[in-house]
Design a protein around this ligand. Structure first.
Ligand SMILES: NC(=O)c1ccc[n+]([C@@H]2O[C@H](COP(=O)([O-])OP(=O)(O)OC[C@H]3O[C@@H](n4cnc5c(N)ncnc54)[C@H](O)[C@@H]3O)[C@@H](O)[C@H]2O)c1
Length: 267
């Protein structure tokens, strides 16, 4: 059993440093809590915007950090936007400057701006592509550059990226030209990155989750389907915390998987 700053634990992510983007709420927050509970030191990134990506609230990331610390874990906040090229670089620096290295990156930040193709504005298209697709690329690019540098120095380790695609990208429906294109692009990018980065010891996988968050709450039809069970003792299938164990497993040092995109629905 290892001792980290006075606390004792035996988590599957002991010694790992992880970045979770969009970790202020929803799925990302659950990933951050799970990673920390399993012993990882976590960079909680979130701009704190609305579901459609408007506004900012830097408190959000800090609140999750406080929650992790209160439970005995280690975390630091970062409030850069993943789609800001220099911001994505600062995010990687936050991890390295605070915790000395970086092992796992979970690209989770995302926004939605649904509209039928015939009515979709240029801004609605660009903003969704910017956060979901370009954000995943920007963070992965700066991460890969850091890891390539470590590898050249002979500092090899198991390193992993977990991207967030969506059923909406793999089997698209109406009203999501922007989001479906971004999420399908993320599934493709996952496979390209797995092929390219394998040689420097980096595994890359993706998830296509389904869970109850503010985004599904705002989607007619989905909010009822994913509602909490009426009986308290019933398993809450669509709670976002049910997605995080797979993400944590993909980030473990002994996980052999790379190049996959997993459909993951709690239970
Ligand atoms: N909830 C689902 O069922 C579902 C299904 C498929 C895919 N997803 C994907 O899972 C991810 C998380 O979704 P969620 O439902 O938890 O959404 P959410 O809106 O609850 O959380 C997303 C978080 O990302 C943050 N964010 C947005 N833009 C950002 C940026 N530029 N930089 C940093 N942070 C930013 C937001 O502030 C927010 O806290 C998204 O990529 C989403 O597309 C979710």
């Amino acid at each position: 059993m290892k001792k980290t700053k006075g606390r004792q634990h035996m988590g599957v992510l002991d010694g790992r440093v992880a970045i979770i983007t969009g970790a202020g709420r929803g799925l990302g927050r659950e990933h951050a809590l799970q990673f920390a509970a399993e012993g990882a030191r976590v960079v909680v990134n979130d701009v704190g915007g609305s579901a459609s990506g408007e506004g900012t609230d830097s408190d959000l990331a800090h609140e999750v950090v406080a929650e992790i610390k209160a439970a005995g874990g280690e975390a630091v906040a970062n409030t850069d936007s993943v789609s800001d090229w220099a911001g994505a670089q600062r995010l990687i620096e936050t991890a390295v400057d605070t915790f000395g290295d970086l092992h796992a990156v979970v690209n989770n930040a995302g926004i939605l701006r649904d509209r039928m193709l015939v009515n979709m504005t240029e801004d609605e298209f660009d903003s969704v592509i910017n956060v979901n697709l370009k954000g995943t690329f920007a963070v992965s690019h700066h991460t890969a550059r850091y890891w390539r540098g470590r590898s050249k120095q002979g500092l090899d380790a198991d390193r992993v990226i977990v991207n967030t695609s969506s059923g909406a990208g793999l089997a698209p429906g109406v009203g999501q030209t922007n989001y479906a294109a971004a999420k399908a692009g993320i599934a493709a990018m996952t496979q390209v990155a797995a092929k390219e980065l394998g040689r420097i010891g980096v595994r890359v996988n993706g998830i296509a989750p389904l869970a109850r968050t503010r985004t599904t709450d705002a989607t007619p039809g989905l909010s009822e389907r994913l509602a909490e069970p009426e009986a308290e003792q019933e398993f809450d299938v669509y709670h976002p915390r049910n997605v995080s164990p797979l993400v944590a497993y993909l980030a473990t040092e002994d996980c052999p998987l790379s190049g996959h995109v997993f459909r993951v629905v709690g239970g």
